[in-house]
Design a protein around this ligand. Structure first.
Ligand code: SF4
Ligand code: SF4
Length: 335
């Protein structure tokens, strides 16, 4: 039987904590979603990092801690954060742009870090560098090779846009060559820079373009031994719609203390929680979670409110497809 992707249902009791330690970055990617007006310009102190992680620690639940930025390796306390997260019982991932500042590979160890993820938006410099910056491909690939040789579990994140969709297929042989066993394909979000009018070239692909390419490339990668995760995006008629804000636990923490449950909301001051004086406080009034339980024909309510152009309607005005929660994933692995 053909190896097919399965939808990864939201698991009760599993939590993902996306912790942005800072918003500073050495790069200026065309599709960057960081919005310093909304997310702050602070760099958290060592004490704040420890305290804020403790707020979310719960050893009764399987909790994933994902360190992000900006570029998280620019934070000199990242090795401390990794160690502390492990002590608090988290599964730990770092998402890096590949520069690995502050000598991360020698300051932490493969025993502490469950995954080190590198962002690559092309299988070669010609595709990657116009999106992520001159010389980025070479640096990132060299550091992937170094991390793999030191025994780190490495994955790659590829953010699909109109500019690099056709090149996705050529990423597979590169990952095989680099011995990278895991690939995350993301769909570009209409947030931050990519929401601006001048970024047409790096904007979202159409439904047909996505469906024609991504599942087939994922299957091909799986045949080569790579585990691939990609967003579900479109729900089939018989598939149930679920909002992660209602049925799952995801927290997106920013250095200004905002804590969101839905990544689509991050450009707006409607965060459900905030960290104030090292305490997690529920926001009052109309916030993101006021919308999560609304039941609409289009599926995800925030997609309908914030990205209405992504929804196709038939001649009777009915949505052609429901849009899934952006946090719902498909996965396919070897065999
Ligand atoms: S590496 Fe990440 S944070 Fe830095 S500019 Fe690129 S997308 Fe933004
Ligand atoms: S993306 Fe949509 S479905 Fe998912 S958490 Fe946000 S509002 Fe809910």
């Amino acid at each position: 039987m053909k190896n097919t992707a399965r939808t990864v249902a939201f698991k009760p009791g599993e939590r993902n904590i996306f912790f942005h330690l800072l918003t500073a970055c050495n790069l200026s990617c065309r599709h960057c979603y960081i919005n310093r007006q909304q997310h702050g310009t602070e760099q958290l102190t060592k004490e704040q990092i420890a305290q804020w992680m403790t707020l979310f620690a719960d050893t009764d639940k399987h909790s994933n801690m994902i360190f992000l930025g900006g570029e998280p390796t620019l934070h000199p306390e990242l090795p401390f954060a990794i160690k502390k997260a492990k002590e608090l019982g988290y599964n730990v991932t770092v998402d890096s742009n590949g520069y690995l500042f502050n000598d991360l590979l020698t300051k932490t160890s493969p025993d502490l870090l469950d995954f080190l993820s590198f962002s690559l938006d092309g299988p070669d410099a010609k595709t990657n560098d116009p999106i992520r910056g001159e010389g980025v491909f070479a640096t990132c690939v060299a550091n992937i090779e170094r991390a793999v040789s030191l025994g780190y579990a490495v994955s790659v994140i590829y953010t699909v846009s109109k500019k690099n969709l056709d090149s996705l297929v050529r990423l597979v042989p590169l990952l095989v060559k680099l011995k990278v066993p895991k690939l995350f394909i993301q769909v570009i979000g209409l947030r931050g820079k990519s929401a601006k009018a001048d970024s047409e070239e790096v904007s979202q692909v159409s439904r047909q373009q996505w469906l024609d390419t991504v599942p087939a490339v994922a299957r091909m990668a799986a045949e080569k031994g790579i585990h691939v995760t990609y967003p579900k995006v479109f729900l089939a008629p018989d598939e149930k719609f679920e909002c992660a804000g209602v049925v799952a636990e995801n927290y997106f923490i920013f250095p200004n203390g905002r804590v969101y449950q839905c990544p689509l909301c991050e450009d707006h001051p409607i965060n459900a929680y905030a960290i104030e004086n090292n305490r997690l406080v529920k926001s009052e009034g109309l916030c993101e979670d006021s919308f999560f339980s609304l039941n609409i024909a289009e599926g995800c309510v925030m997609n309908k409110l914030l990205q209405p152009d992504t929804i196709e309607y038939d001649s009777a005005g009915k949505p052609v497809n429901r849009i899934s929660c952006c946090l719902l994933k498909q996965e396919i692995g070897p065999g």
